[in-house]
Write a protein that binds this ligand. Sequence first.
Ligand code: GLP
Length: 251
Amino acid sequence: MKVIVKENYDEMSKVCAQMIGSKVKEKPNIILGLATGSTPIGTYKELVKMYKEGQIDFSKITTFNLDEYVGLDKDNPNSYYYFMMENLFKWINIDLKNVNIPDGKALDLSKEVEEYENRLEKSGGVDVQILGIGGNGHIAFNEPGEYLNTKTSVVDLTEDTIIANSRFFNSLDEVPKKAISMGIGSILKSKEIILLASGKSKSKALFEFLTKDRITTYLPVSFLHLHSNLTVICDKDAYSLVEESCLCKKN
Ligand code: GLP
């Protein structure tokens, strides 16, 4: 595992965008795994900037998003489809035929998750997966608990996540209680993973992950220890508890 600690959110975003940008240049038909949430917004902004400057061509890429809320239409401003359009897709020359995001309004959700996992498999697999991390250590919507799903599934969101994500909704009641999420196994199949973490609210989960070389379903991000090509890019705030513990050991 490689860990890159940057001064702040903007620096973190630039490093991540540079990495993604050079990978798209190397392999124009790359398959990118994309995340939502506040964390990757800066990375997407940088990628849009690079596109506008003529540095990258996105016309041949394929994307798979990690998750989507159950019950929200594509044109609902809180859906992850809408998020991706607003923050990335509508500003670059991506072919929308190559965009894959689970359909949270599918009538048959069991069929939807099965088909999503099949599509993922048939594509040959994600080349580079961008991941955020929940304050509770979740990745995508794989929530801490007694077990974790290996494949794309319909999941119940924990109270922590519903509260954390309510900042985007008018009220707590409006936050969907279920989502479709890639499973831990689906994520681990990516050839390369970049985990982003920014801010103090992520410091505890990041500390638990980076300082303990073990896996537990109660800290879903810990399963990334099983991946052989992982880069963590974080800012100083997210890294603060790890930093403190290193200082304590030195003194
Ligand atoms: C959300 C998403 C995750 C995301 C995480 C952190 O609920 N399902 O994919 O990584 O929680 O979000 P944020 O970046 O807004 O802190």
